[in-house]
Design a protein around this ligand. Structure first.
Ligand code: KIV
Length: 272
């Protein structure tokens, strides 16, 4: 398999399809604010996802359900201001697209107009087909999301691996083909068996980005705060932590507290 890497000045939805065709894996990470997005973009990540995981990571909610469209727009506009190269994809939050296609289109238009994001992501298969078509008809690129779809957590009841049984696996394969046919430019597959994810990636021409879906797909996505080890409670098997920032920050902040208490900080050279 080729590891050729083309130098893209700005990633577009077309570049991602080209990467799949050239067997170049796609890197995607979440970001929710300006400072983090600037680091992620500068480090060469291809796609920044302003995920509704901001509901957990930034706001401390137990699920992704409470985050609002206004809050997603706030996060996304901060990320867009920081980004020079990456494609910025913004999650349509729970409640902003499920009721009918017109509402879905209104929500997607608000995201594009008010945040400057480049595309939207929506969870679900045939149940959101009409909404996806309407958004695409307005010229807004859509990324699909199948497998574990956290906005439906109360329907599933758990965050365990999805589509292990044949019936659900078949439904997922059908949905992936439907999303490709409808015109989605890419697809996220979350927490499904690696073999199934690979099969799906081979069956569609659009890029398939996995999270907990093995290495037979066209790219990977992780939640930034998990991969840099700022969070520590969440320990799924698929998560690789590249740093242990929680511990490093705790050490640094405790040192600061000590330095203030002992009047070590500020020193003579740190004052006017
Ligand atoms: O919201 C999010 O962070 C996501 C990723 C887990 C794919 O949807």
């Amino acid at each position: 398999m080729s590891t050729a890497k083309k130098d893209y000045k700005r990633i577009t939805v077309k570049s991602l399809v080209e990467m799949k065709q050239n067997h170049e894996k796609i890197s995607m990470l979440t970001a929710y604010d300006y400072t983090m997005a600037k680091i992620v973009d500068g480090a060469g990540v291809d796609v920044i996802l302003v995920g509704d995981s901001a509901s957990n990571v930034m706001a401390g909610h137990e699920t992704t359900l409470p985050i609002t469209l206004d809050q997603m727009i706030y996060h996304a506009s901060s990320v867009v201001r920081a980004t020079e190269r990456a494609l910025v994809v913004v999650d349509l939050p729970f409640g902003s697209y499920q009721s009918d296609p017109k509402e879905a289109l209104r929500s997607a238009i608000r995201i594009m107009k008010e945040s400057g994001g480049h595309a939207v992501k929506m969870e679900g298969g045939k149940e959101v087909k009409e909404s996806i078509k309407r958004i695409l008809n307005a010229g807004i690129p859509v990324m699909g999301h199948l497998g574990l779809t956290p906005q439906s957590i109360y329907k599933f009841g758990t965050y365990t691996v999805r589509a292990k049984e044949e019936e659900e696996a078949q439904r997922l394969k059908d949905d992936a083909l439907m999303l490709e046919k409808a015109g989605c430019f890419a697809l996220v597959l979350e927490k499904i068996p690696a073999k199934l994810a690979e099969e799906v990636a081979k069956s569609v021409s659009i890029p398939v980005i996995g999270i907990g879906a093995g290495n037979g797909v066209d790219g990977q996505v992780l939640v930034l705060h998990d991969m840099i080890g700022m969070t520590y409670e969440f320990q799924p098997r698929f998560l690789r932590r590249y740093m242990n920032l929680y511990d490093d920050m705790t050490t640094a902040i405790s040192q600061y507290v000590d330095d203030v208490k002992t009047v070590d900080f500020p020193s003579d050279s740190e004052q006017y």
